[in-house]
Every structure is written in C-alpha cells, then in structure tokens.
Design a protein around this ligand. Structure first.
Ligand code: SF4
Length: 344
C-alpha cells in the first residue's frame, strides 16, 4: 500500500477546482440522492437542466412520493433507465412511511432503499452524513488503476473489493470531499481517452503510471458484454393530425412507458402492405432504419409511416404533436421517430 498518499493536496485541489453545481449548494440528502441517480450513465453538463426541472416540480421527498408515474417519467424523459425513476418514487414512499419523511442516516437503512446500491450509499453517506464509506465509480477506478499501476481487471468484483478496502484505509474524516475529489479528478484531469492532464494533477508525484509513461495501459476490463440484437418494425399510424401511441407492458425493458405500435422482425414494404385492408389505408411510406443501443441489447428498427382513413385499435392513444412534445414520456429509443413527426 502507498503510505504517502497526498490526501491534503488532493483535498486542497478539490476545494480550489470543484465545479459549482446546483446539487452542491447544500448537503441535503434529497438533492445529493437525485443528482447521483441522474448522474449514473449521464455526464454532469447534461444532468444540470434535468436536475433543476426535477427540483422545481418535486422540491421535497413527499412530492416525489406522491407524484404520478406518468409525470415522473415525463421529468425523466431523455435520461433513460426508467427503472431508476420508478425506484426513486418507491424509495420516497418508503422514506415517508418508515422514516417520517426524513432521509435515513445509517448505512444499512440507506442501503435498504430501492435503487440505492453501494456507490450511491457511498456518495450520500459520505457527502451528507460524513460516514466512513467510499464511493467508487468508473472515474475513481481509473484514477486508482493509474496511480497504483493496477493491471487487475476493474470489472472483477474481487478486484473492486480490494480497491475499496485500500481506499477505505486512505479515507480521511472529510470522506465526502475525498470521494468527490477522486471522482472529479477522473472526470476532468485523469481523462479516459486521449492524454490525461498529468502535469496539473495533484497525484502526479505518486502516480506510477505517470512516472512510467503507462497512463493509457490501464485500467483493464476483463469482460466484453455481448449485446443481444432485437429487430422491430415500428409504425407511425396517422389519422389527420393525430398519431397512435400505446403503453408498453409493465414488465420488462421500458415497462409502462409509451411507445409507437410495432411488431417483431424487419418487414419489407410489401409485407407491411399485406397487414392492412387497402380500403383503410391512405398511404404507406417506408421511412428510415435506425439502431438504438441499450446496456445489454441493441434494437435494429425499420420505421413505416402509415396514414389511415380512420382510427384503429382501441388500445391506442391518439395524440397530436403538441401532446407528443409536452404530455407523454417517450423513451429515447423512439426519439428519432418523435423528431421525424415533429419535423413533418
Ligand atoms: S498523474 Fe496522470 S495518470 Fe496519474 S492520476 Fe494524475 S492524471 Fe491520472
């Protein structure tokens, strides 16, 4: 273990360089919690406007507990991973019921809330309650791997545990600032691609990767995830100024969110024409194919515009462009379709 870790230098660097972010104006656990969940998979700059809008509409845990799922999804639209939004509401309801609306302070209580894993516990626990917990995200793993020239795969749970143990030993009483300093260093200085800015890094004097010029050799990942390919044909059903959407099933990916009607597989224009009675259709247009990549799957989509004489299927909701833009949470997997409708 490195004995001479420059903790004070890192903390001073953080005080001087930390970004002024809307969720850093205080240490309110509600603010830190919402921002941390939004920041998973999304960059800081992109999260700011989502966070401000969320807090304007739902300023308290009680507001979050009482919000309708449709309104919550609309606030979340564009961030993806809608299960996270669903868990936020569940956790807020639990805080209202079990902790009288006050965010719990103990490790095991925080961890028992839906959607809160070790990383989020680390962030909330250290920033808001000065608990002795670490918050290890991809940025921290990269900084660590470079400082200690660690060639062990960072996606191996045993390796992660080892790193966690080591960082816990280094953790000062200012645990929140220490955790945030490492994350911010990874975000802005110890960059993942291209050259890290070692000449201005507060850890440069102990960094083994820097001293050996091996910064781009680490971190290492063991697994490559093989994503499942799924193919769909999606229809933009249109009657006069209205378009059909429908709710997805509750279970499974994008559960309970709105989508455009679709079938599995990639249909040719002739196959699509065969689906409809000629009398009911005004016009069928083959639009564009596109691909949407999720964490564990890829959707390959072909889109058709189908203008109809009258509305079909009672399960569809028929909405105009204004409603599409303002009232319904349509996941980003369908964004290209929404954009096409709004532009045409
Ligand atoms: S010296 Fe360079 S490689 Fe090492 S932690 Fe700092 S930025 Fe990263």
């Amino acid at each position: 273990m490195q004995e001479n870790f420059p903790t004070q230098k890192l903390l001073k660097w953080y005080q001087k360089n930390k970004k002024m972010l809307p969720w850093r104006v205080d240490k309110d656990p509600y603010h830190v919690w919402i921002s941390e969940i939004m920041l998973q998979q999304t960059r800081i700059e992109a999260v700011k406007s989502y966070y401000l809008r969320f807090m304007e509409k739902l300023p308290t845990i009680e507001d979050l507990a009482n919000v309708s799922i449709d309104e919550l999804f609309k606030l979340w639209e564009g961030l993806g991973y809608y299960n996270r939004a669903r868990n936020l509401k569940k956790a807020a309801m639990m805080i209202m019921d079990k902790y009288h609306g006050e965010f719990p302070r103990k490790e095991e209580e925080i961890l028992s809330l839906p959607g809160i894993g070790e990383y989020t516990l680390g962030a909330i626990g250290s920033i808001c309650f000065s608990l002795k917990v670490v918050a290890i995200d991809g940025n921290v793993l990269r900084v660590y791997s470079r400082v200690y020239l660690n060639y062990d795969p960072i996606d191996d749970i045993k390796v992660k545990r080892k790193i966690e143990k080591h960082l816990l030993e280094l953790l000062p009483k200012e645990s929140g600032d220490f955790n945030q300093a490492l994350m911010e260093l990874g975000e802005n200085i110890c960059l993942p691609k291209g050259s890290p800015k070692c000449e201005i890094c507060p850890l440069a004097n102990i960094c083994q990767a820097y001293s050996k010029n091996k910064m781009l050799e680490v971190p290492i990942k063991a697994k490559k995830t093989n994503k499942k390919i799924e193919q769909y044909t999606i229809f933009i059903f249109n009657v006069q100024e209205e378009y059909a959407i429908e709710k997805r099933k509750s279970k499974g990916i994008l559960g309970d969110l709105w989508q455009f009607p679709n079938v599995e597989g990639t249909l040719s224009k002739i196959e699509v024409e065969e689906l409809f009675d000629k009398e009911s259709v005004v016009n069928i247009q083959e639009l564009f194919p596109y691909q949407h990549v999720f964490t564990h799957r890829v959707w390959q989509v072909q889109v058709y515009f189908v203008s109809l004489k009258k509305k079909i299927a009672s399960s569809y909701q028929w909405i105009n462009k204004t409603m599409l833009l303002n009232d319904y949470a349509i996941p980003s997997a369908f964004k290209k379709i929404v954009d096409w409708i709004l532009e045409n």
